[in-house]
Design a protein around this ligand. Structure first.
Ligand SMILES: [Cu+2]
Length: 243
């Protein structure tokens, strides 16, 4: 996890001078053609600029409106600033990601969205960064579902033991590197192990999930997987990605 550095002062200037309201990355995109079929809707969304491309564009626009952005920045410095922006607890961006059912072949069924944003929570009297994940999902069976960040930005199937397995291309859970042994506990290293996703009796999931210690920076070029039950090893039922 990154620590707040002095050079992030420019971010504070940005927030006070430029922003009034949170911005959704997808608000910047043109509206998709009206579609009824979930598969067609998922396909239409797949044609849109990626959530990460939209986010980069908004960041560039933001930077251009600051005194920092008016100077010539080399690509490396700009990329570093973008990374810092993603890890910043007060980052005002909310990013909406498309959630689809996983598939072995054919199209992906659109299930809804998750909106993710950085914020802060109080832990034992001190502030810590957290990623807030607001689902807007439907067409699911009521219950609790294992929910994780997986390491690859790929919702597709992959072959295991000669079988095409839906969602397998997402790879393993996200682990925090550099902490030594993989203890299996969230605090030490198992960052991708999110609280369960809760689906109501009407088949919708709307309850926000709070992932302590994660930021947008940790989920760029990753995927979110909703499993078929509370069991972490159950099939990968649905997926969203940020790339
Ligand atoms: Cu998982």
């Amino acid at each position: 996890m990154r620590v707040m550095r002095p050079q992030r002062i420019w971010l504070a200037a940005v927030i006070s001078g430029v922003f009034a309201h949170p911005v959704s990355a997808q608000q910047a995109q043109p509206p998709a053609p009206h579609q009824h079929a979930p598969a067609a809707k998922a396909a239409a969304r797949a044609q849109e600029p990626s959530a990460l491309d939209a986010l980069r564009k908004r960041f560039d626009e933001l930077l251009a409106r600051t005194s920092t952005g008016s100077r010539r920045l080399d690509a490396k410095r700009k990329a570093q600033m973008f990374d810092e922006f993603l890890a910043w607890p007060k980052n005002p961006f909310e990013i909406e990601l498309t959630v689809t059912r996983t598939w072995a072949d054919g199209g992906a069924q659109f299930l809804g969205t998750i909106a993710i944003r950085n914020s802060e929570i109080m832990v034992a009297g001190r502030k810590e960064v957290a990623l807030f994940i607001k689902p807007t999902l439907r067409s699911l069976s009521p219950g609790r579902y294992a929910f994780h960040v997986h390491e690859n930005p790929d919702c597709g199937p992959a072959i295991k033991d000669g079988q095409l397995v839906p969602g397998l291309a997402a790879g393993n859970h996200l682990w925090l590197s550099g902490t030594g042994a993989m203890s299996g506990t969230t605090f030490t290293s198992h960052l991708g192990d999110l609280p369960d996703l809760e689906v109501e009796a009407d088949g919708t999931a709307r309850k926000e999930v709070v992932a302590a210690r994660l930021t947008l920076a940790d989920v760029v070029n990753r995927s979110f997987i909703i499993h078929a039950s509370q069991d972490d090893t159950s099939p990968r039922m649905a997926c969203a990605l940020l790339k």
